[in-house]
Design a protein around this ligand. Structure first.
Ligand code: HEC
Length: 490
């Protein structure tokens, strides 16, 4: 028995609030209807049941207030709305009780005095009958406002107008703009964090009302990273790498009718949000993962693009950082050695360098003077040898490298291995083999390798591509991507 009492008996009762509130609404509106009909038909006898109707209305209102109080204990309601709903509800209870006493007094007196003081009494009924109308107007108004606020609490602010014609929706939703700016992102796509800017905000918005410093339901604080990692009464809520055994993920992905489903009320996690959170747990909960991260699979990138209007493609390094311009004397020196050298644009000091004559080790070494500026380098068909490629390892800003039509091998490729920003490499008609492209394929930013007419086998090409879905290995005489064509000298 004790256990039963301890069990959330107030919470249990609280849930009946939404049932009980229909009583005062029904009775008080009924009282108003009786009054109106009696005025229209001039039928006084319709006023007789009013004390009884108001009595039940007041009783229902008092019960609703008590049950509502229990319910509010569950927490998780927007405080502003709750505050007003609560006080409007209390005023309905008080005002309807007073009205009942008043009406009972007036009509009760009428009954007992009926036979004796007819003329006087008639006089005293007329006056309150007029005020009775106003009393009922106020009651119905109070009940409507309370009910509307209550509806907002249970169904959310937009419930009532969700299916309304558009112009009504616009009128009703004054705080739409607030909603659109639910997320604030830095303008640089490379600094948008999957957790910090998206998932964290979603969790705070959908779960924060019950799991903040004050409420901390289930002993679980979700508004700070420490709280998230610490978990709740039953221990940690995340199992890094395994969403299916993470309590938090289980709670949001279980059958919503389950008692343990989270959130117990209010808007649920959307499918997209759930998928993003699942991925994040799977990846080991990296708090610093950017939305441009290569590990994010294509379908989730699509979600990030369409739902959050985010750019998920990484910008190449030459669009992100600025470098010092190279002096015109230096440029001239390189041009004299047989290079075509051009800045990418008037505002961008990065260089495109194309070898136009046969190369020597010395000529390639001379490029070291612009090693921080070279981002596109074309050494195709220039008679280079593996040993001459040593300086390449210092061209840290290289994003595209064309080595087509040279007798270079995997040995030369070893110099390219550490180039962090390299995105495309053209190697057709060279001696490179499976060993070489295996070495390249683990480079994190490399997206395209062109290797037709080399020793690279289709099997290895296919299997590397399967391992790294971001990587495109081109073994046929297919179209070279337009942006990579720029590398070819004319
Ligand atoms: C309306 C209040 C409310 C909201 C909103 C809410 N929770 Fe809860 N949550 C609770 C209560 C109450 C408990 C404790 C009872 C239980 O474990 O079911 C709890 C418990 C939990 C627990 C278990 C903690 C433990 O160690 O036992 C997790 C995990 C959790 N919530 C996650 C969430 C997530 C995620 C969201 C948002 C999607 C959320 N909650 C939204 C009320 C809420």
């Amino acid at each position: 028995m004790n256990l039963l009492l301890q069990a959330d008996s107030t919470l249990f009762l609280g849930r009946f609030h939404s049932l009980a509130v229909h009583l005062p609404i029904g009775f008080l509106v009924l009282a108003a209807i009786f009054y109106i009909i009696s005025r229209i038909t001039r039928n006084e006898s319709l006023l007789k049941p009013l004390p009884l109707i108001l009595f039940f209305g007041a009783l229902g209102a008092i019960a609703s207030v008590l049950l509502g109080w229990f319910l509010s204990d569950e927490g998780g309601y927007p405080e502003d709305t709750l505050f007003w709903h609560q006080w409007m509800g209390i005023s309905v209870a008080i005002f309807s009780s007073v009205s009942w006493l008043w009406v009972k007094g007036v009509f009760g007196k009428k009954k007992s005095n009926d036979t004796t003081q007819t003329s006087n009494q008639n006089h005293s009924i007329i006056a309150p009958k007029g005020s009775l109308g106003w009393v009922l107007v106020v009651l119905v108004l109070l009940v409507s406002i309370t009910g509307h606020l209550g509806g907002n609490l249970t169904h959310g602010e937009d419930y009532l107008f969700a299916y309304a014609p558009e112009f009504l929706q616009e009128l009703a939703s004054s705080n739409d703009s607030e909603k659109e700016s639910r997320f604030e992102f830095p303008t640089e796509p490379d600094s948008v964090l999957l957790f910090g800017h998206i998932l964290d905000q979603v969790l705070i918005q959908k779960c924060g009302s019950c799991h903040n410093e004050e409420t901390k339901k289930g002993g679980f604080l979700l508004t700070t990273h420490e709280g998230l990692l610490a978990g709740g009464e039953n221990g940690e809520v995340f199992q890094s790498g395994s969403p299916m055994s993470s309590e938090l993920f289980k709670r949001i992905s279980m059958d919503p009718s389950s008692r343990k489903f989270m959130p117990p009320k209010g808007p649920q996690m959307s499918y997209s949000e759930t998928m993003l959170l699942k991925f994040w747990i799977q990846e080991g909960m990296p708090f610093d993962m950017k939305v441009t991260d290569e590990r994010i699979p294509e379908e989730l990138k699509l979600i990030l693009q369409s739902e959050y209007k985010l750019v998920t493609e990484r910008k190449p390094i030459y669009e992100k950082v600025q470098v010092d311009p190279v002096s015109s004397e230096e440029l001239q020196k390189l041009r004299n050695l047989g290079f075509r050298v051009m800045p990418l644009s008037e505002e961008n000091n990065f260089l495109e360098v194309v070898a136009q004559d046969s190369m020597t080790a010395e000529k390639i070494n001379a490029l070291l003077s612009v090693k921080s500026q070279i981002t596109w380098l074309d050494l195709s068909n220039s008679g280079i040898k593996d040993e001459w490629l040593t300086p390449l390892s210092e061209f840290v800003m290289l994003t595209r490298l064309n080595l087509n039509d040279n007798s270079i091998s995997d040995l030369g490729l070893a110099q390219v291995q550490g180039l962090e920003y390299l995105e495309a490499i053209l190697l057709h008609s060279t001696q490179v083999s499976d060993v070489g492209i295996k070495m390249l394929s683990i480079q994190k930013n490399l997206q395209r390798i062109y290797v037709w007419n080399t020793k690279v086998t289709q099997e290895i090409g296919d299997s590397l591509q399967k391992e790294n879905t971001k990587l495109q290995i081109d073994l046929g005489i297919k179209e070279v991507k337009k942006e990579d064509k720029g590398l070819k000298s004319d």
